[in-house]
Ligand binder design. Structure first.
Ligand SMILES: NC(=O)c1ccc[n+]([C@@H]2O[C@H](COP(=O)([O-])OP(=O)(O)OC[C@H]3O[C@@H](n4cnc5c(N)ncnc54)[C@H](O)[C@@H]3O)[C@@H](O)[C@H]2O)c1
Length: 258
């Protein structure tokens, strides 16, 4: 397969969480690969900034101020993307939040907040995108964002890890259901990545948090948003046309499950 398999010229992508971190890096990279990118985020100003940066670099992008926990808002963004270019090829469900509390300290409200954003937000994105892709009959690629938390029982990460494990199950189930429509569905489970989510404000706190993760990695480092964006590009593009229902783990080798 020629390198043009990574070319997204003429394709339309929606990226949630596009205001920051992995989502922003993904939006920028998909636009560099030629896609028209709809940059969606609860942080409307951040979404506009990402779309403006893409346009300044000569790419094509539109911002959407939305909350992934609101199905109607995701449906509206999918509809707007389709009306803009007449198609939807890629849905990258990247928006997410972090929460830490032990099992014994976890309150219903914590669980609901994390579940609503990190699972239901992804479910709505998958449902609305798959419906649009099926109706168009053009196939497509749906990417979900899980986490290395699915491979460990890390203390404090019950809400986050459970929602991410559910995202993996959603990914596999949907892949089995929509493959016959030419739609591929894959998850990414990153290791520690330097973003606002993992920011530790002071250099010393950052070093203390990152050092053990770096030591566990055969590559001796933590990830950058661009490391994960390239994984999304692979799954979004025709380069991965025989890949569906899989979990890709850009984690520096910190975990190596079968
Ligand atoms: N940073 C890491 O180490 C890491 C590791 C594994 C997985 N992840 C996952 O990657 C994804 C991106 O995380 P990040 O590290 O770039 O974090 P980040 O905080 O930099 O970005 C998350 C973005 O999601 C947006 N968002 C949050 N709730 C939203 C909502 N309800 N509707 C719309 N947008 C919303 C935020 O405004 C923000 O722009 C998340 O799903 C996260 O769980 C991150």
């Amino acid at each position: 397969m020629p390198l043009t398999a990574y070319d997204l010229t003429g394709r339309t992508a929606i990226v949630t969480g596009a205001a920051s971190g992995i989502g922003r890096a993904t939006a920028v990279l998909l636009a560099e690969a030629g896609a028209t990118v709809h940059c969606a985020d609860l942080d409307g100003e951040g979404a506009r900034a990402t779309a403006a940066a893409i346009a300044d670099a000569g790419g094509s992008a539109r911002p959407h101020h939305l909350d992934v926990t609101r199905r109607d808002q995701i449906a509206a963004a999918v509809d707007a993307a389709r009306r803009h270019t007449g198609r939807l090829d890629v849905m990258a469900n990247i928006a997410g939040i972090m929460h830490t509390s032990t099992v014994l300290e976890t309150a219903d409200a914590d669980l609901d907040r994390v579940w609503n954003t990190n699972f239901k937000g992804v479910l709505y994105g998958c449902q609305e995108a798959a419906r649009a892709m099926i109706a168009a009959g053009t196939g497509g690629s749906i990417v979900t964002m899980a986490s290395g938390a699915i491979d460990t029982g890390a203390p404090g990460l019950l809400c986050y890890g459970a929602a991410k494990a559910a995202v993996v199950q959603l990914t596999r189930t949907l892949a089995g259901e929509v493959g016959r429509h030419g739609i591929r569905v894959n998850a990414i489970a990153p290791g520690w990545v330097r973003t606002a989510m993992t920011d530790r404000h002071t250099a010393e706190a950052r070093r203390q948090a990152e050092e053990p993760m770096s030591r566990r990695s055969p590559l001796g480092r933590v990830g950058e948003p661009e490391d994960i964006a390239h994984a999304v590009l692979h799954l979004a593009s025709d380069a991965s046309s025989f890949t569906t229902g899989q979990i890709l783990r850009p984690n520096g080798g910190v975990a190596m499950p079968w």
